[in-house]
Every structure is written in structure tokens, then in C-alpha cells.
Design a protein around this ligand. Structure first.
Ligand code: GLN
Length: 275
């Protein structure tokens, strides 16, 4: 009984807090944000605002109705649920996400963009525990397979600007002194379009996005070679936002423990590799 009364008092207090926040937001020109019951401060009251860069299926892309869906979206929905708010997604260039600029300027609370954890990015972002393992893959049109980068000498190879794939390829080209024309595209859709229309001989990006593309466009493109870069994806928050980071990590850990993670994985990625 005592517990119940306490809980009720806490709820009343929380409702009062919400009202105050609502009032403040009403006066100010811009939304002044809000604090959830668990003490996490959000840039917009009632929402967990996520920065991402579309399209990046199966992690985030628009469905037929225009709704943004995917593996990352499903995981961040769990974080939003834990905070008692709904997720709102902002589509923005990858550069602003990985540089920390979007989180620092208050464009969003969290970044979820199939983003690889790197030492360089760790300097400007605080990453969650890893939530996905990825490698790089070289896709070509069916019938034009190449197994090595050496076979692309004198040809054009596409990458996506600002990504770890671009960095890996530029590194290889330099290290092996390969005369390959590396062409950077602003997003995954532009890269895939370039490959489909013969503007490039091959294209490098994270393996799961090629698997997804091949599922959606059977027979046209193949994964011709893989590069085991041993990457891990992390969600990111503004440097120092320990409260939100804790909630993100707790949501991932809970999803891994209760089977939700596996369900989301099966839905968006497919069968888990054995071992
Ligand atoms: N995983 C890659 C990176 O972090 C690609 C991410 C993306 O394009 N959304 O650079």
C-alpha cells in the first residue's frame, strides 16, 4: 500500500513536471526540450530525436508509405519506449552525423546510421556498446565479377562519401599503388544507381546493404569479393551525455537478453551466421 502511494505520488509529480515543460515550450519560440521520468534530457519534449542518413537499408530506409523503418529504427524504438517517448527521425548527411556536429548543435539526441565505431569518431562522439558486426564488400554487375582490387586497375570503383568503405578503399589504393579511379557518391542510392547504370565497374559498401540490395533486385548485382574489416556499429550520443548513453546500452542489453534482438535481426537482416 505504501509502495503504491509512493508510486502514485511520483506519477503526479511527473505529470506536473510535464505540464511545466509544456508551459515553457508554449512561451518559447522553439521547443525547449524535456526531461523524462528517468532523468534523461531530450532536445524535444516527448520525443527521442534520431539523426540518420537515408537510405541505408536494411538499417534505415523508407517503406512504401514513406515511414522510416529498419534494424536501427527497431532498436532505437526500444530506447524510446524505455524513456516513455516516441522516436522521431531526422534525415541528414552522414558527414554531420559522424563529425558530431548534429548532436552538438542539438539537431538530435542520438545518431543511428549503421555507423561503424572508429577511434577517430570516438573523439567527437560517445558510442554505445557495439550492436552489429559488419565487413566491407565489393559488388559488381552479374557476369562482371572481379575477385581482387588489382583487376580494377584502369577502371572506376564507386564508394560512399565519408564512410569506412571509402576510407578502406583509399587506403588500399594508396598502399598497393593501384591506378584505380575511386569515385565518391553522396549516398548509398546514388552509388547503387551508378553501379546499375555502368558508370562504375564495382562498388564498395558494407556487406549487409549489398545483401539487401540483391534481395530487392535479384540477378542484377553480386557480391564479388569481401574485405574482412572487422567493423562494429554503434549508436552515438553527444559527448558527455552519459544518461542517454546508459539508457541506450540498457535497452540493447535487455533486447539481447530477452530474444528481442534476435527477432529484430531475423526480421531485417535474416539468418544469423553460425559461429
Ligand atoms: N558503416 C559505414 C560507416 O560507418 C557506413 C555507414 C553509412 O553509410 N550509413 O562509415
Amino acid at each position: 500500500m505504501k509502495m503504491l502511494r509512493h508510486a502514485r505520488q511520483a506519477a503526479t509529480l511527473a505529470a506536473a513536471t510535464m505540464l511545466v515543460i509544456g508551459g515553457a515550450a508554449g512561451c518559447a519560440k522553439e521547443d525547449t526540450g524535456g526531461t523524462t521520468e528517468s532523468g534523461v534530457t531530450l532536445i524535444k519534449a516527448g520525443a527521442l530525436t534520431t539523426c540518420t542518413h537515408l537510405p541505408y537499408a536494411p538499417f534505415q530506409s523508407k517503406d512504401q508509405t514513406g515511414k522510416v523503418v529498419g534494424f536501427d529504427v527497431a532498436l532505437i524504438d526500444l530506447v524510446a519506449a524505455k524513456l516513455g517517448v516516441t522516436q522521431e527521425i531526422v534525415d541528414t548527411p552522414f558527414e554531420g552525423i559522424k563529425s558530431g556536429a548534429d548532436l552538438n548543435s542539438g539537431k538530435c539526441d542520438v545518431a543511428a546510421a549503421g555507423m561503424t565505431i572508429t577511434d577517430e569518431r570516438k573523439k567527437v562522439l560517445d558510442f554505445s556498446e557495439p550492436y552489429f558486426d559488419a565487413t566491407q564488400a565489393l559488388a559488381t554487375q552479374t557476369g562482371k565479377e572481379v575477385k581482387t582490387l588489382e583487376e580494377l586497375v584502369g577502371k572506376r570503383l564507386g564508394v560512399q562519401g565519408g564512410t569506412t568503405g571509402e576510407e578502406y578503399i583509399n587506403g588500399q589504393v594508396k598502399e598497393k599503388s593501384l591506378d584505380i579511379k575511386v569515385v565518391s557518391y553522396r549516398d548509398l542510392a546514388a552509388l547503387q544507381q551508378a553501379l546499375a547504370t555502368n558508370q562504375i565497374e564495382g562498388a564498395v559498401n558494407d556487406l549487409p546493404v549489398w545483401n539487401e540490395y540483391i534481395k530487392a533486385n535479384p540477378g542484377k548485382v553480386v557480391v564479388a569479393a569481401g574485405f574482412d574489416t572487422g567493423e562494429q556499429y554503434g549508436f552515438a550520443v553527444k559527448k558527455g551525455n552519459a544518461q542517454l548513453l546508459k539508457t541506450v546500452n540498457e535497452a540493447i542489453a535487455a533486447a539481447r537478453a530477452d530474444g528481442t534482438y534476435d527477432k529484430i535481426y531475423a526480421q531485417w537482416i535474416g539468418e544469423k551466421p553460425v559461429g
